[in-house]
Design a protein around this ligand. Sequence first.
Ligand code: PRX
Length: 693
Amino acid sequence: MIPDKTLVEKDVYHAAPEVVQGAHVPNFQKYKELYSQSIEKPEEFWGKLAKEFYWKTPKTDKFLDYNFDHTKGKIFIRWMEGATTNICYNLLDRNVHEKKLGDKVAYYWEGNDPEDCMQVTYKELLQQVCKFANVLRAQGVKKGDRISIYMPMIIELVVVMLACARIGAIHSIVFAGFSADSVCERILDSHCSLLITTDGFYRGDKPINLKQIADEALRKCRERNFSVGKCIVVKHLGVTEATGATDETCTDRASSNTQSPPAKRSCYNLQITWNADVDIWWHDLMKEASDKCEPEWCDSEDPLFILYTSGSTGKPKGVQHTVGGYLLYTATTFKYVFDYKPDDVYWCTADIGWITGHSYLAYGPLANGATSVMFEGIPTYPNVSRLWEIIDKYKVTTFYTAPTAIRLLMKYGEDPVKKFSRASLKILGTVGEPINPEAWLWYYNVVGNRKCPIMDTFWQTETGGHMMTPLPAAIPLKPGSATFPFFGVLPAILNESGEELEGEAEGYLVFKKPWPSIMRTIYGNHQRFESTYFKKFPGYFVTGDGCKRDKDGYYWITGRIDDMLNVSGHLLSTAEVESALIEHAAVVEAATVSHPHPIKGECLYCFVTLRDGHEFNETLIAELKDQVREKIGPIATPDYIQNAPGLPKTRSGKIMRRILRQIARNEKDLGDTSTLADGTVIEELFNNRCRTA
Ligand code: PRX
């Protein structure tokens, strides 16, 4: 298909007139003006935007204070310290009472099964959040306490996170695809006092007994001498405790307390065990709770949440974000990057368990009073048209998804897409990994009908919000490029010696100045924060990504240049996968590298060295894959496991993953091998290669 000629010029895609009309930033000139202001006078720029929100105590003096250079002392970043506010108040009370948006739909919730749906207005969400905030207070939760949340994509998840924010408790959400070990590790790291979970959910046609995994996680915590106080369980699938019988008439769910129609339940014969000392049903607690709750007024720099992301040592890092800066930045990026208008219906397919869900399914859209779709299911259930059907059902205007989903759906051709009109769509977005031009063009031509610009947003858990991104009307697009920095973001490209490269260049992507939603620390380990992000190049925040700048100044993210892998947009560290493999009795040493994958972008290719007496066979491969699933979760399941009687190492014993990556790809050019201690292992590794797709 040939794109509309008037919009494309030498592979540069311009916005259609209907996108430009009424846009917040209508052209490149305006972008440049605003960008210059944001860099030259950040306090003025962000100060003006901050006035759109409610501050119990507004900021009067120093708006920003920071040190990015560890050679000059401790790294710190403070935005609007001393000002007080409550983020939940800004997202809900302000919208309901000041902006009169009480009856506006906050979320259209679409369940895993197409007939399972409901909606919740701003007023209803506020009532539910207040009730649960009172429940938390009644459980003894106080400002600063950490609350672990392990839930699927249901409205109660948003209720829980905002209830925490309302009382100043710090939420730590663990993606519902993670294993019991991962949940346990995250609870222990931040000493969470409460766990909130769900009986179970469906992922496509697969039932997931989440309560059982949560029980297992709590058991593992107890083994390590730590107990959470209580475990609050949302009845989502409708089971009755102990007997495991389904309870089809149950109407206790949050939604049924509102004026919205109660969700139609998928019932399923789920067995859950119930420990009356620890477990409490959500609906029992909510029944009596008042729907009025005075918010806790927090300092702008008080912690808002912790979200764990993979770290190169293998131990996940508890990335900590704070109240004021995060509110300001997620609200502003949401408004400008998606050119948000009050009548838009916005849909971000990310799970709230990841940063994209936090920033662009919860905080950013709600801060703008937006209507969002929240989807519990997967793109291929019950058929591969599901996403396009939902777009028509809710007349979605703005659609934000991951390249891996686009590549998956591309495989089925254009027909499943064209069954639905998608006429409401105005703006598309992607996030999580580099998007290959082929997928970009399919998204643009087929999904967007050649009229919707694609916002390729580069950012990280650590950055809290979009860093490099187009703006719909203002920035002409190049497929595969995240284009230019957002307001307040000052990028640089450095070479190995830390010198800034000008013009056309390739090297390390770093940021020179703080933006409001930069992470403030790693929970409980500030030293690790300093050494991970600031040590290599003093004075800069180091992203860990490689980047190219072309002759027109466009930025192109080339992928991770540290020991991280990006599988289906999920970041994993080689070390965490390797330590899971080594825990198997047969494995003495393991090394993991990335391998290109047509849908996931990258997949895991693992090399294992066995202990004497163990045989490398299909049973062992299956056991090792299970081991990784159990330790980390299904997203980390290796695609390939190869027997490696010896691994390529330097003389000091460091595994040379660069060489293993070439072997996995069957690339005979290994580059510089002068530091290799024993070259004889190479031939055998090539001979033992797995047959890759
Ligand atoms: O490598 C980059 C890649 O995802 C990493 C961040 O992962 P995470 O913290 O899990 O957050 C993902 C969602 C924001 C980055 O270091 N990445 C993210 N977005 C893009 C990207 N790579 C290229 N293009 C993007 N648009």
